[in-house]
Design a protein around this ligand. Structure first.
Ligand SMILES: NC(=O)c1ccc[n+]([C@@H]2O[C@H](COP(=O)([O-])OP(=O)(O)OC[C@H]3O[C@@H](n4cnc5c(N)ncnc54)[C@H](O)[C@@H]3O)[C@@H](O)[C@H]2O)c1
Length: 423
């Protein structure tokens, strides 16, 4: 961990000259970090004046379901204030604006509205909850403008997007900014303890594993609207979850939760993958609804992966890895265990993970900002697992074996063709 004195500023000297008012606020936040953390332990009424000055001003980028839900959790944390909102659509931005009492002048729309928002000197950090296609460009612009970044998974839909996030994470560290990718599993103590035990050898030599993400169909409502108006690029944007390019397809957009845990346990990137998949549901859009991929990891470790986003009767986000001496079994929202003869571990149920994981990440982000911890440790594993999903997707689309190196070298960029949309 890089040790940063709380008295160091969060900006470079150049930023300092360009943006003096915002710097002095951020300087204040860094200097009063310990006090802010202490304040949150006291009844809100007792610290009202001090608190108002010390809150981190966050801007919400993407005001849909998760965006509004998570912005509410940021407010409930006590150390943040939602001070600006952005979405492509006016109705979405107004809904969030009203809910979080953001004045009309601080609500931004259109494809480039986030750039206008970033001109707001009082914004300290952005919470990116837009469709995945936009995450790399929005995160890069925020870091460029000297803002801390909290971003939803997946970080990107293609290889160049992953590389952009990797660069933004490194740039954030260099600029003394925080950059956190919100994977709930990695924030949960039961997962952390179980994976730690595997890494210290509790299941012996790892042989093979399986990662699965099975669920029913989603995005039906927006899909139905899209069907009524298939020529409309705005209807497509509202139905982004059914669109391969905007979402990354289900293996990247949704199934990443299972493959991220696999990458964490195996602590490696796959060497190659062979895949298959298809679409059974009568959905509009271009996403597949089921995948099956065999990943080949170093040391002859095999991981079989399968997923579905269709049908009824089985829902689970699971990763199980088999070793010569035991097994780790993890379920998002279910049990997390390590079985072996010597020292089995029962991490119990993780029923509250969806909210608890986010709450923990929101608290960690706050602590990193006020303590000046710019190590940004969530970036590298997020890039690795995102690329793992892209490797499996590429192999499945081709119904062929694709190596990691081939995928990286091809550096295939996806273009959503948003011509004609409001800037
Ligand atoms: N467990 C999790 O970590 C989890 C769960 C759900 C969603 N997510 C992620 O959160 C993000 C948002 O998902 P959601 O469920 O809220 O979807 P949503 O459709 O409810 O919200 C997305 C919002 O983004 C807006 N938008 C469209 N284009 C935009 C652009 N260019 N810039 C800014 N906003 C734009 C849409 O109008 C919509 O309001 C996605 O990246 C998704 O993968 C993560």
């Amino acid at each position: 961990m890089i040790e940063i004195s709380p008295n160091q500023t969060n900006a470079s000297p150049a930023q300092n000259a360009e943006n003096p008012s915002s710097l002095s606020r951020r300087q204040f936040l860094a200097q009063t970090g310990a006090a802010v953390v202490a304040c949150s332990l006291v009844q809100p009424g007792q610290v009202k004046g001090a608190e108002a000055n010390s809150k981190i001003n966050v801007a919400l980028l993407g005001c849909g379901g998760r965006g509004q839900w998570i912005a509410d959790l940021f407010q409930k944390h006590g150390g943040y204030q939602v001070s600006a909102v952005y979405d492509y659509f006016q109705d979405k931005v107004d809904a969030a604006g009203q809910r979080f009492q953001v004045e009309v002048g601080r609500r931004y729309t259109g494809l480039k509205g986030y750039l206008r928002l970033l001109e707001q000197k009082t914004v300290d950090a952005v919470i990116i909850q837009s469709p995945p296609y936009f995450h790399p460009e929005q995160a890069a612009a925020a870091v460029e403008a000297g803002r801390h970044v909290y971003v939803a998974k997946p970080i990107a839909v293609d290889v160049p997007g992953c590389m952009t996030i990797e660069e933004s994470g490194a740039k954030a560290t260099a600029k003394k900014l925080c950059f956190l990718v919100d994977f709930q599993t990695r924030a949960m103590p039961a997962y952390q303890e179980a994976v730690k035990r595997v890494h210290r050898g509790d299941i012996g030599r790892i042989i093979s594993g399986e990662a699965t993400y099975q669920t029913g169909a989603i995005f039906q409502q927006v899909d139905a609207q899209y069907r009524k108006n298939p020529q409309s690029s705005e209807a497509r944007l509202r139905a982004w979850g059914t669109d391969r390019v905007l979402s990354g397809d289900i293996i990247t957009e949704q199934n990443i939760h299972a493959l991220d845990v696999a990458a964490w346990i195996l602590n490696a990137a796959p060497l190659s993958a062979y895949g298959h998949g298809g679409r059974a549901r009568e959905y509009f859009g271009s996403c597949w609804d089921h995948f099956a991929v065999i990943y080949y990891y170093p040391n002859n470790v095999l991981l079989s992966f399968s997923s579905k986003q269709v049908g009824f009767g089985w829902d689970d986000i699971q990763c199980r890895v088999y070793g010569s001496e035991g097994t780790i079994d993890t379920h998002y929202g279910g049990k997390v265990t390590v079985a072996n003869r010597e020292e089995p571990y029962n991490g119990g149920e993780t029923k509250a993970i969806y909210q608890e994981g986010a709450v923990r990440n929101i608290a960690a982000f706050h602590e990193q900002i006020v303590q000046g911890d710019h190590t940004n440790a969530t970036v590298a594993p997020s890039v690795r697992s995102n690329l793992t999903t892209i490797l499996g997707r590429t192999a499945a689309y081709r119904r062929a074996e694709v190596t990691w190196d081939q995928m990286i070298q091809a550096n295939e960029k996806w273009d959503a063709d948003l011509k004609g949309m409001q800037a």
